[in-house]
Write a protein that binds this ligand. Structure first.
Ligand SMILES: CC(=O)N[C@H]1[C@@H](OP(=O)(O)OP(=O)(O)OC[C@H]2O[C@@H](n3ccc(=O)[nH]c3=O)[C@H](O)[C@@H]2O)O[C@H](CO)[C@@H](O)[C@@H]1O
Ligand SMILES: C=C(OP(=O)(O)O)C(=O)O
Length: 435
């Protein structure tokens, strides 16, 4: 099993460029299935999950050309629908969460689709009801083949409709949008997710000829069109990677500039770090994190202990709570980290406790962190990355710790971070990769 060996305690210094956004790339690659013309996508992160999805669509018969690093041309003029019956399809689709988003486009262009229960992080129950309830509102029927663990959806004709989503699911909203753009009539989606990923998907679809309004809000109106054409689309920088680097700078007491972050699309992320006492300065479109020996957690206005919790966008993304948690371990003061969406994402704190962090796991959703104000350094240890964001949080912890740590199962980190070891070594880290 591949692993990182990290010699911690080094100060880092320099600039880091975030890759394109993983969750956006997964959506817009699926959207390329909606046209027979060429779609060029740039700033595509070449990370495990995205490369797997590219292989999956290639298996479906989509012509894929890698034009340059992070730049791909897709042409879905000749999809082989028999591929969906193969073991190769099953194995590829099951290995990542993003594969679920081929279903909406398949319903739109083919009237049916099948997908095994998708993988992704094992961070609690990850239901897909919203996807199927939405498809049903468009006139589709679906069935779950429990024996083979496959979802199947069928529709002789998709028809626009009003729907109030049972929750603002990110991939669910993306899937329904992609089914609705070619449906007959008008679809209105209320309680739609509106993350920058979804906004970008809608902008891309509009540039392909779709008619979507209400972008960036939770009320989307989609006027169905007969056909979509090709386009060129650029993915935004990955806001989760940006947040991870802010956390890294704070924990390692380093001076780091994060370049071209697209500040307007970061939402509450910079402010959430500021509440933990981390200085985050905006310099044009860069974020400058100065070297700080100490940072102090703010209280709420009434003097009560700060809570950092996730919420659907424009609330704070759940994908950064593990990073906020690790940053808090060395802050001055206390904070309650409340992961509302996922129920098994905080168990990695056991490792941080082994390293000397002062954390009480109150229940699967909440952890109280008592910061050590950098007065006692975390201790190096051996650990395994349970999921992508716990993985990056543990890597940050190891980089700040005294001594040599190792992290196993680093595929989990590679799922979302492109060449993280190379990038961080270039600014002074000491991370060795063993395959
Ligand atoms: C490939 C991809 O894009 N993955 C992202 C996507 O996953 P994904 O689209 O799978 O996640 P969902 O948005 O469907 O839901 C995530 C979890 O939050 C819960 N939930 C969701 C909405 C809501 O209003 N209330 C609520 O409690 C759901 O029940 C579920 O447990 O969105 C998640 C939530 O931002 C992110 O963590 C994932 O990185
Ligand atoms: C939960 C995540 O990913 P996925 O939905 O792909 O498992 C994540 O990116 O933090």
């Amino acid at each position: 099993m591949s692993r990182f060996v990290i010699t911690g305690g080094k100060r880092l210094k320099g600039g880091l460029c975030p890759q394109g956004a993983k969750n956006e790339a997964l959506q817009v690659i699926c959207a390329a299935l909606l046209t027979q013309e060429e779609v060029i996508i740039t700033n595509v992160p070449e990370i495990l999950d995205v490369l797997k999805l590219i292989e999956l669509v290639e298996g479906m018969g989509v012509k894929v050309e890698r034009l340059a690093r992070g730049e791909f041309a897709f042409c879905a003029s000749d999809i082989d629908f028999r591929y969906f019956e193969t073991e190769d399809f099953y194995n590829k689709a099951v290995s990542l969460r993003g594969s679920i988003m081929i279903l909406g486009p398949l319903l739109a262009i083919h009237g049916s689709g099948v997908i095994p229960k998708p993988g992704g992080d094992k961070i609690g129950r990850r239901r897909l009801d919203t996807h199927f309830l939405g498809f049903e509102r468009l006139g589709a029927t679906f069935e779950y083949d429990a024996l083979n663990g496959c979802f199947k959806a069928f529709a002789t004709k998709l028809k626009g409709n009003y729907m109030l989503l049972d929750e603002a699911s990110v991939t669910g909203t993306a899937n329904i949008i992609m089914a609705a753009v070619l449906a007959e009539g008008v679809t209105t989606i209320y309680n739609a997710a509106c993350e920058p990923y979804i906004q970008q998907l809608c902008l891309m679809l509009n540039s392909m000829g779709a008619k979507i309004s209400g972008i960036a809000s939770n009320l989307l109106t989609i006027e169905g069109v007969k056909k979509l054409h090709g386009c060129r689309h650029r993915c935004l920088p990955d806001m989760i990677e940006v947040g991870s680097y802010i956390g890294l700078a704070a924990m390692t007491r380093s001076e780091i500039t994060i370049k071209n972050v697209n500040i307007r699309q970061l939402g509450l992320i910079p402010d959430a770090f500021r509440k933990l006492g981390v200085r985050v300065e905006e310099r044009d479109d860069d974020l400058y994190i100065p070297r700080q020996e100490h940072y102090m957690i703010e209280d709420f206005i009434d003097g009560s202990i700060l809570t950092v919790s996730d919420a659907p966008w424009p609330g704070l993304t759940p994908d950064l709570l593990s990073v906020f948690l690790v940053v808090a371990t060395q802050a001055k003061g206390s904070v309650l980290i409340h992961q509302k969406m996922f129920e098994s994402r905080l168990f990695f704190v056991d490792k941080l406790i082994d390293m000397g962090a002062k954390i009480i796991l109150c229940d699967p959703h909440r952890a109280t962190v008592i910061g050590q104000n950098h007065e006692s350094q975390l201790r190096a240890t051996k650990m395994t990355s349970p999921d992508i964001r716990a993985g990056i949080a543990l890597l940050i912890a190891a980089l700040s710790a005294k001594g040599v740590s190792s992290i196993h199962n680093i595929d989990q980190i590679d799922r979302g971070y492109e060449n993280i070891d190379v990038k961080l070594n270039a600014i002074g880290a000491d991370i060795k990769r063993y395959m």
